[in-house]
Design a protein around this ligand. Structure first.
Ligand code: K7E
Ligand code: CUA
Length: 648
């Protein structure tokens, strides 16, 4: 009777509405008039800096159009059916990662990463604290989820995500969907852009520091911002240790790398090195900086680096004139950086310029080989797309899709035609513009950051939802819109409201993820191995024994859980004892998770089938305290409880 937890509810709550509210307006199908976009400088700045006015007007101009998808919507996933794709969504300033089904856009699960979470006890259990580290911050600002790759294909080992607020990078195991390593990046502040090495494998995880700070940052230099620095960081994806850092000019925004394992590249804004808005806008051009991985590794090997403060990390100088880097001038304040899945190009998105600057990796080869003198020669196209290009995604048919933040549109354009136009040919590279609602930031295509881009789905991650949903108070959800790109035209098929605020997402085929997923914990899993080892020292067999072991003022309370009972229905400690409760779920039934909540002690944790979870606290309040199961596991779930007596 214990294997039918909430079946009725689980299957009946698809979040994506039927289509019919979409607005692939006929007019928007016509390629925009590039001439109109040359107003960009004035109006884009007004739109971005004084966002209120422009955004305020935009929603009202939209007229809902009947969708041509009247029959079965593309995104319809019936009750009980599985989605074709897994989506991994950043949870933004919630600090978590989320799992969505695509195309239903149903939220399947949340993975706490940088954020404490009472449901599963993240930040409460000893196992999670080992990952989070001592004195972890209260949360995080996660932007960019990416999946580990081998030869440019997802390999289903890990997900990685940045924390801008806490200057950290986290790794999540795909088999159990749990965060297993978090690394604080030294010498820098605010890790923003994040990507993984594709060739030969991940390998490196590349992390951009966005804010420039004094080096070392030890309480000086508020008045000398010219001395501030930002660094590009590479971590080892296997150990999550920092491999090296490169000092750059300007601050780093987004990053991507090639498909050959030779280069990574980052957009830089604020080449002025300013510390206020006006100063950051002064120059007409900023740049993309390309990192030559082989040269950086050789320089590390040759000892051509410094170390800063107590950090062991090799720090190299990659500023202008360094042989390690290439600075490609692009229109000012570029944002997204996106490598095309054919392995040939990378695009810097204009943000304040109506253009995307497309560069060729082969020209980067030429530059480092001395065949190309002017780095600007790496540019092979600079299509004008519309106002506020932020990010670009790709299909497998040579097309690119760029979000236009200010125009609230998705622009589809053809790469080959854009290159031809840049070379002087009269061709129209714009294929379509589709209204989205509203102000899109990232966009992402199914498998679009790998060689396996399949040109089926595009998601537009919109920052504003305004009038699209029942009002939820002053704070509105973001709106992630799913677009079918399998045909010649983009067709909007689903709206998914999302909590603040996913910046980016990736979409993987379900078979590759499902192949790796564990339905129960392995008793030998490293996630709780340390807890198991400690029990062994106490002569406790976690799968069998329920007992209390006292060592001075430290008390270890071991118990099993099996629906609907804990192995101990009571235990005694003394006021002031440091108590460690270790619960092992010996149930074998899939989905039969128990919880352990200790009333009035601020403790809850999840114990999934075959998992061991533990928590340590000081018993500072005398009295009887009930502990109870928080996951509805059985008809007698409410009776699954026991008492802790804290003796005065
Ligand atoms: Cu990838 Cu939002 Cu951090 Cu663009 S960022 S939107
Ligand atoms: Cu165990 Cu509810």
């Amino acid at each position: 009777m214990s294997d039918h937890k909430h079946d009725e509810h689980a299957a009946s709550n698809p979040t994506s509405p039927a289509t019919g509210r979409t607005s692939p307006a006929a007019a928007a199908d016509l390629p925009g008039d590039p001439a109109r976009r040359t107003f960009i400088r004035g109006s884009a700045l007004a739109g971005l800096v004084g966002a209120g006015g422009l955004i305020g007007g935009l929603g009202l101009e939209r007229t809902a159009q009947a969708s041509d998808h009247d029959k079965m919507p593309e995104d319809h996933v019936a009750s009980g059916q599985l989605d074709e794709y897994y989506g991994f969504w950043s949870g933004g300033q919630s600090g978590e990662m989320r799992i969505l089904g695509v195309p239903s856009m149903r939220e399947l699960m949340r993975i706490p990463v940088f954020n404490p979470d009472f449901a599963i006890g993240w930040g409460i259990t000893n196992e999670s604290k080992r990952v989070l580290g001592k004195g972890f911050p209260a949360g995080g600002d996660a932007h960019h989820p990416h999946g580990s790759q081998t030869h440019g294909h997802y390999d289903g080992r890990y997900l990685f995500i940045n924390d801008k607020a806490g200057t950290r990078v986290a790794r999540i195991r795909l088999d159990v969907m749990r965060t297993d390593k978090i690394t604080k990046i030294p010498n820098v502040q605010a890790i923003h852009g994040l990507r993984v090495q594709r060739e030969p494998r991940t390998g490196y995880v590349f992390a951009n520091a966005e804010f420039r700070i004094p080096t070392p940052n030890d309480g000086r230099d508020l008045d000398a911002p010219a001395k501030y620095q930002a660094m590009f960081t590479a971590l080892n994806g296997d150990t999550m240790e920092v491999a090296w850092q490169v000092i750059v000019d300007g601050n780093l925004d987004n990053t991507d790398c090639d498909y050959a394992g030779k280069y990574a590249a980052s957009t830089c804004y604020n080449s002025e090195g300013a510390v206020d808005l006006a100063g950051m806008m002064r120059s007409e051009r900023d740049w993309v900086v390309v990192f030559n991985l082989a040269r950086i590794e050789a320089a590390v090997k040759a000892g051509k680096f410094t170390r800063i403060g107590s950090s062991k990390v090799p720090v190299l100088d990659g500023r202008h004139g360094s042989p390690l880097t290439m600075y490609i001038p692009v229109p000012k304040s570029p944002h997204g950086l996106n490598a095309s899945p054919d392995g040939k190009y990378f695009a810097a998105n204009g943000k304040l310029s109506p253009t995307v600057t497309l560069m060729a990796w082969s020209k980067v080869d030429d530059y480092f080989a001395g065949r190309l003198k002017d780095p600007r020669g790496a540019v092979v196209a600079e299509p004008q797309l519309g106002l506020g290009p932020l990010h670009t995604a790709y299909d497998n048919r040579g097309n690119a899709y760029t979000t236009l933040f200010i125009d609230s549109q998705m622009a589809k354009w053809n790469i080959a035609d854009a290159i031809a136009a840049y070379a002087g040919k009269k061709v129209n590279y714009l294929r379509q513009k589709l209204d989205v609602a509203y102000q899109p930031g990232h966009c992402h295509t199914s498998l679009g950051e790998t060689r396996d881009a399949d040109g089926k789905w595009l998601v537009s991650l919109n920052k504003f939802s305004k009038d699209r949903f029942l009002p939820t108070g002053p704070l509105h959800p973001d709106l992630d819109q799913l677009i079918d790109i399998s045909g010649d035209k983009m067709v909007l098929v689903a709206d998914a409201p999302v909590f603040s605020e996913p910046h980016d997402a990736i979409i993987l085929p379900r078979r590759m993820v499902m192949d790796k997923i564990k339905r129960k914990w392995d008793r030998k899993d490293p996630f709780f191995a340390e807890t198991v080892a400690q029990a062994r020292k106490h002569g406790v067999v976690l799968e069998k024994d329920s007992k209390v072991v006292r060592a001075g003022r430290k008390v270890f309370v071991y118990m099993t859980s099996s629906a609907p009972k804990y192995g101990l229905s009571e235990f005694k400690v003394k006021k002031g004892d440091e108590v460690t409760v270790v619960v092992t779920n010996i149930d074998q039934v899939e989905d039969l998770t128990h919880g352990f909540c200790l009333t009035d002690y601020g403790i809850n944790m999840e114990i999934s089938p075959q998992e061991t979870s533990s928590v340590t606290f000081v018993a500072n309040q005398p009295g009887v305290y009930w502990y109870y199961c928080t996951f509805f596991c059985h008809a007698l779930h409410l009776e699954m409880r026991g008492r802790m007596l804290v003796e005065a």
